[in-house]
Design a protein around this ligand. Structure first.
Ligand code: ATP
Ligand code: DNN
Ligand code: MG
Length: 221
C-alpha cells in the first residue's frame, strides 16, 4: 500500500522538518519504507557546485530508501527568504514536482512532502503550498509549533486546509520552546479546538534524535 502526506505548519521555523523526520521514523518502526521530499526550498548552500538545502538533507538522512538529491528537492533557491522572491522569477513547474514525487513513490511505501513556510506561503510567483498540495492531491498533516500565537495560527491553518478541499489527516504539537508557560494547557486547547486527529507531542530536545523523538507519535489514518 502506498501512502503520502503533505506536511504544512503554522509558520516557518516551527518544527515541520523535525516533525517530518520523526514521522519518517514512526512509519519505519511499523515496517514501512519511507522517503521525505522538500519540493521547494529557499535557503541553500552550494556543495560541489550544487545548491542544497538542510531540510532536504535531513529528510534524506532519515529516509529508509536512497534517492538522488534532485528528486527530494527539485527546486533549491539560495536566499533564505520567501520562495517567490528567492526564485528570482524562475518558474516552479508542478509537473516537475509531480514527476519527482511519483519517482519517490516508486521507491518508498510512505512519502512525506514538506512544504515551505505555512499553508498560504508562496512557492513561486504563481504557486503556493495550498496549490501544490491540491495538485499532488495529498491529505495534509499540520505541524503546530507551540508558542504564543499558535492557537490562532493553528485554527486558521486547519480552516484553510478544509477550504482547500483537502483532508487534514492529523496534527502534531512540537515543543519548540523549552520552557513554554502552560504548554500542556495550550496543547489541550488545540486538542479540543482542532477538527483533526491529534498525533501527539514532539518533545523539546537539544539532540534531534528523531527515532527517539518519534516514540510518542501516533500514525495518521
Ligand atoms: N522538538 C524540538 N526541540 C528543540 N528544538 C526544536 C524542536 N523542533 C524544532 N526545533 C528547532 O527549531 C528549528 C526549526 O525547526 P524546523 O527546521 O523543523 O522548522 P520548519 O518549520 O521546518 O522551518 P522551515 O519553514 O524553514 O522549513 C530547528 O532547527 C530546531 O533547532
Ligand atoms: C527561508 C525559510 N526558512 C523558509 N524556507 C521559507 C519561509 C517562507 C515564508 C513566507 C511567508 O509566509 O512569509
Ligand atoms: Mg523545514
Amino acid at each position: 500500500m502506498k501512502m503520502a502526506y503533505f506536511v504544512t505548519g503554522t509558520d516557518t521555523d516551527i518544527g515541520k522538518t523535525w516533525a517530518t523526520a520523526a514521522l519518517l521514523h514512526r512509519f519505519r518502526r511499523e515496517g514501512y519504507s519511507v522517503a521525505g521530499m522538500k519540493p521547494v526550498a529557499a535557503g541553500c548552500e552550494r556543495r560541489g557546485g550544487k545548491l542544497q538545502n538542510q531540510d532536504a538533507l535531513l529528510l534524506m538522512q532519515n529516509a529508509s530508501v536512497g534517492a538522488e538529491y534532485d528528486l527530494v528537492n527539485p527546486y533549491a533557491f539560495e536566499q533564505p527568504v520567501s520562495p517567490h522572491l528567492a526564485c528570482g522569477g524562475a518558474n516552479v513547474e508542478p509537473a516537475i514536482i509531480s514527476a519527482a514525487f511519483g519517482a519517490l513513490q516508486q521507491r518508498a511505501q510512505v512519502v512525506l512532502v514538506e512544504g515551505a513556510g505555512g499553508w498560504y506561503s508562496p512557492l513561486s510567483l504563481t504557486l503556493d503550498n495550498a496549490g501544490l498540495a491540491r495538485i499532488l492531491g495529498l491529505p495534509v498533516l499540520v505541524v503546530v509549533g507551540i508558542r504564543l500565537g499558535c492557537l490562532n495560527h493553528a485554527r486558521l491553518t486547519l480552516q484553510a486546509v478544509a477550504e482547500s478541499g483537502l483532508r487534514c489527516a492529523g496534527w502534531v504539537a512540537v515543543q519548540i520552546v523549552e520552557h513554554m508557560p502552560y504548554f500542556a494547557e495550550n496543547v489541550a486547547y488545540l486538542q479540543a479546538a482542532l477538527p483533526a486527529q491529534f498525533l501527539g507531542v514532539l518533545p523539546y530536545s537539544d539532540a534531534g534524535d528523531f527515532e527517539f523523538l518519534s516514540s510518542g507519535l501516533r500514525l495518521p489514518t
